[in-house]
Design a protein around this ligand. Structure first.
Ligand SMILES: [Mg+2]
Length: 177
C-alpha cells in the first residue's frame, strides 16, 4: 500500500537534474509543485535558477506547468512572472483534478513527469494519475503550516526509505538508460 507514495526516482533538488535526463525519458511536460520544490512558499518572485530551468526545458521541447495545491492568487503571481502555465487548488494527493487536466489538454501521460517535495501530496497524486514522478528534498527549511501536518506523517517513513535506499536516484536511471 505504501508503494503509492513511492516516486519513480529521487533528486536532492529539481535544480540538480541534468536537463538531458528529461530528453532521454522522452518527456514533453514537466508538472512541478511550487512551494518548496521550485521556491519558498513566501517567494512571489521566481529565482533566477527557476527562470533558467524553465528556459532550458523549453529549449529541449519540455513545457513546464505548475501543479499546486496553493491558492490561485499565490500561484498566479509566481507563475506569471516565471512565464509558465499554472493550476491551483489541485487537491493533491487526490488525482481527480489532475486527471481531468491531462484529459482536457489531450496530454499523453507517458510524456509527463511530475516533481514535488512531498510523498503524501505530490507523489501520491502523480501515482494516482499514472505519471512518473520525482521526489525532491525541500529547498528551504520553512513550510506553510498546512504542510507541517503532512511532514509529521511523512517524515519517519521517508527517512526509512532514504536510509534503505528504497528510491532510485535520478542519476542511476540516467546512467542506465
Ligand atoms: Mg511543496
Amino acid at each position: 500500500m505504501l508503494r503509492k507514495f513511492h516516486p519513480f526516482c529521487h533528486a536532492t533538488s529539481i535544480y540538480d537534474i541534468d536537463i538531458n535526463f528529461f530528453k532521454k525519458l522522452n518527456i514533453k511536460y514537466l508538472f512541478t509543485d511550487l512551494d518548496n520544490t521550485l521556491d519558498s512558499y513566501r517567494c512571489y518572485d521566481p529565482s533566477q535558477r527557476a527562470k533558467d530551468l524553465v528556459k532550458a526545458l523549453k529549449d529541449i521541447g519540455v513545457t513546464t506547468i505548475i501543479i499546486s495545491n496553493n491558492t490561485g492568487q499565490r500561484v498566479k503571481a509566481y507563475s506569471e512572472r516565471l512565464g509558465v502555465e499554472w493550476t491551483h487548488s489541485m487537491g493533491k494527493p487526490f488525482s481527480r483534478k489532475l486527471k481531468a487536466f491531462i484529459k482536457e489538454r489531450n496530454i499523453n501521460p507517458d510524456e509527463v513527469i511530475m516533481v514535488g517535495d512531498q510523498m503524501i501530496t505530490d507523489i501520491r497524486c502523480a501515482n494516482g494519475a499514472k505519471l512518473k514522478s520525482i521526489l525532491t528534498d525541500k529547498i528551504v527549511k520553512e513550510d506553510q503550516w498546512t504542510t507541517h501536518i503532512n511532514r509529521f506523517f511523512e517524515r519517519p517513513y521517508r527517512k526509512h526509505c532514504m536510509k534503505k535506499h528504497k528510491f532510485k536516484e535520478w542519476g542511476e536511471i540516467y546512467g542506465q538508460s
